[in-house]
Design a protein around this ligand. Sequence first.
Ligand code: GYE
Length: 330
Amino acid sequence: MRTRRTARTIVAVVAAVLLTGSAAACGNSDTGDGSAADATITLGFSQVGAESGWRTANTTSIKEAAAAAGIELKFDDAQQKQENQIKAIRNFIQQKVDVIAFSPVVESGWDTVLKEAKDAGIPVILTDRSVDSADKSLYKTFLGSDFVKEGRLAGEWLVEQTKGASGPVNIVELQGTTGSAPANDRKEGFAQAIAANPNLKIVASQSGDFKRADGKQVMEQFLKANPKIDVLFAHNDDMGLGALEAITAAGKVPGKDITIITIDAVKDGMQALADGKFNFIAECSPLLGPQLMDLAKKVHAGEEVPARIETEETTFTQEQAKQALPNRKY
Ligand code: GYE
């Protein structure tokens, strides 16, 4: 008796759930114009890694923006390896995501996998870093900074500071990840800016892979090999922050004995600038999430988007850093 009543209750509950479920499903599909306007977009995103403060802020921006836009994000961290990114993109294709976005760790070697995405009919958005593919139809747009300009702004500031200096100004350069767009372009922009000043000389230039620990280690070598270093140009804040330790350990005062110029303007970098340890930073914004989600919706809907969308950026002196720091988001 008892068992039968329980069974009846279960049947009733199941029926009620089924009914509510089908009613909800009905409401869902009834968009009026027959379009799938409320269908969730799935975005596969392959991130470079977690090498720097910039990257952490970029990842947070993308995750928060996806949640806010109601986009289902499949996030993959490639640990700075191209083969991992290629694997992740192939997985996204297999899972039939709606849109693929990625920040290519290096510039070259993407044509094959991009062609696979194109053949599968999945639009691709490049964000932060670009590729050197000749076939521009392999991706819909590139959202990110002008890295050549960042390097140039860094170099122009130095030219201005050293105006009228007699004698050589010895510069050491900490490059970003070998083969990456920001390393190639920042190097190029900086070199262009100082080219007309023969007394400004890059005496050593090596990769610190955009990481703090590597920045420290390479700076130690620079200091051992070069008795007179006047300027450090680091392709990001993190390498500059690592180098600070090496400089201090060598008995020199950062920001005074050695002028330090970096790129990014993340919080720790801005703090070092405000404290007088860095001298100048060219900003590179990692807050690309909201624009990326917007673009994902547009390309999914088949809308035309501009082939290139540039991030807005500025530069900071020590005084400007002191003022900007309290309101800095990253
Ligand atoms: O400057 C650096 C990061 O691609 C712009 O990558 C980005 C660079 C950024 O690791 O800190």
